[in-house]
Design a protein around this ligand. Structure first.
Ligand code: COA
Length: 347
């Protein structure tokens, strides 16, 4: 029995030696990758430095056709450099650096980015479902600890999505700055409500606030359907051959989704304006505290910011649509010409 144990231990030690050599190989490759990444960053820095010098020298030069072409080439090069940068590690900055420290939060491949964004959308939906259930309970049970738990939950949720959105931004998301401000203001609003002392004014506003949150959870569900649809379609587009035609299909889908979503969003904004109005009125109540006017202003700012940002989405999408239409038409004319030339050549 003892011999068998020794034999097994010997076998295990040999396997461990193999593991050690594989690990050594792994560490060597990691070091190689780090030095290649550093080299890429150095080359990018060098490219940018020389382009800056060229741009300065070009200032005193008369613009003719060749200079114009050179300028276009430089603009294209900058876009290419940005694409290369996306494949390299990036240090966190600003808000993220303050919260997490200077760690690398970049995803180096598209699949990881896609999974993180998908997970972010699912996280928002799950939290809004929990919030929805809590609101339904709060409508029927008047419990202060449960209300405080709910507001604490909202604070945690807005903190979590603000951090996740900053990570998405580092990884190239085009999320508009307003939506991030919106989540930080919502975090602030939930914090103020948590310290809102229990008095008559709170009791008067409480049910309206709960209904607003129920509606907000419903909108989040619609947004989830839209954003997830867009995410999966964009991923599929990246894997297809005939890009322009499939982008046309994607834009058609996006417009349908957007025109369905917009009326619900604007009802939500009117809800926010109503909240601000009710809170302003309540701020004249004899039992009024500073939290009333603070939350009233917050709802007003949310209403203005959300309405203007959402309205601005429409012309920018229309512009994209028009640009694509022109590109597709040029491509079709080009294809027809090519076919005609081929036919002519064959006959
Ligand atoms: N929160 C988080 N991310 C958002 C966002 C939001 N409200 N709106 C857009 N984004 C993200 C998109 O997912 C996309 O990300 P990506 O670059 O990683 O792919 C990026 O920002 C660019 O999106 P954009 O093309 O500008 O808009 P869209 O077509 O994705 O969405 C709307 C347009 C109007 C549907 C969307 O902005 C929206 O739902 N806004 C309403 C939010 C709101 O008002 N909430 C409160 C309700 S009371």
């Amino acid at each position: 029995m003892c011999d068998q144990i020794f034999e097994e231990w010997e076998e295990l030690t040999q396997e461990y030696n193999k593991l050690e050599s594989v690990n050594e190989e792994y560490i060597k490759k990691l070091q190689e990758i780090t030095s290649i990444q550093q080299a890429c960053l150095k080359y990018i820095g060098h490219q940018r430095y020389r382009m800056k010098t060229l741009t300065q020298n070009l200032k005193d030069t008369k613009t003719d056709e060749s200079i114009q072409k050179l300028k276009e080439g430089m603009m294209k090069r900058e876009t290419e450099l940005q694409e290369i940068e996306k494949t390299l590690p990036r240090q966190s900055e600003g808000f993220l650096k303050f919260i997490l420290g200077g760690i690398d939060v970049s995803f180096l491949n598209k699949d990881d980015k896609f999974k993180y964004k998908d997970e972010y959308e699912k996280f928002k939906l799950t939290c809004h479902f929990v919030a929805f259930v809590l609101c339904l309970v709060l409508l029927n049970v008047n419990s202060k600890p449960l209300e405080q738990f709910y507001l604490g939950f909202l604070i945690w949720y807005y903190c979590a999505i603000s951090i996740r959105e900053s990570i998405l931004k580092v990884n190239g998301s085009r999320i508009k700055v307003w939506w991030r401000i919106h989540h930080i203001l919502s975090l602030l609003g939930s914090g103020i409500m948590l310290v809102w002392s229990e008095n008559e004014t709170w009791n008067e506003f409480r049910n309206q606030f709960i209904w607003y949150n129920i509606y907000n959870s419903f909108i989040q569900y619609l947004q989830f359907k839209y954003q997830r649809g867009a995410l999966y379609r964009l991923k599929a587009l990246g894997e297809m051959q005939n890009m322009d035609i499939t982008i046309e299909g994607f834009q058609y889908w996006m417009w349908r989704g957007l025109t369905f979503l917009l009326p619900f969003l604007f009802i939500g904004y009117i809800f926010q304006l109503t909240n601000a109005f009710v809170l302003f009125n309540l701020s004249y109540h004899p039992q009024s505290t500073w939290q009333l006017s603070a939350t009233a202003y917050l709802f007003l700012v949310l209403f203005i910011g959300n309405t203007t940002t959402t309205i601005m989405v429409v012309p920018s999408k229309l512009k994209q649509k028009l640009m694509l239409k022109n590109r597709v038409m040029t491509q079709r004319v080009y294809n027809r010409l090519l076919e005609a030339i081929k036919k002519d050549h064959n006959s």
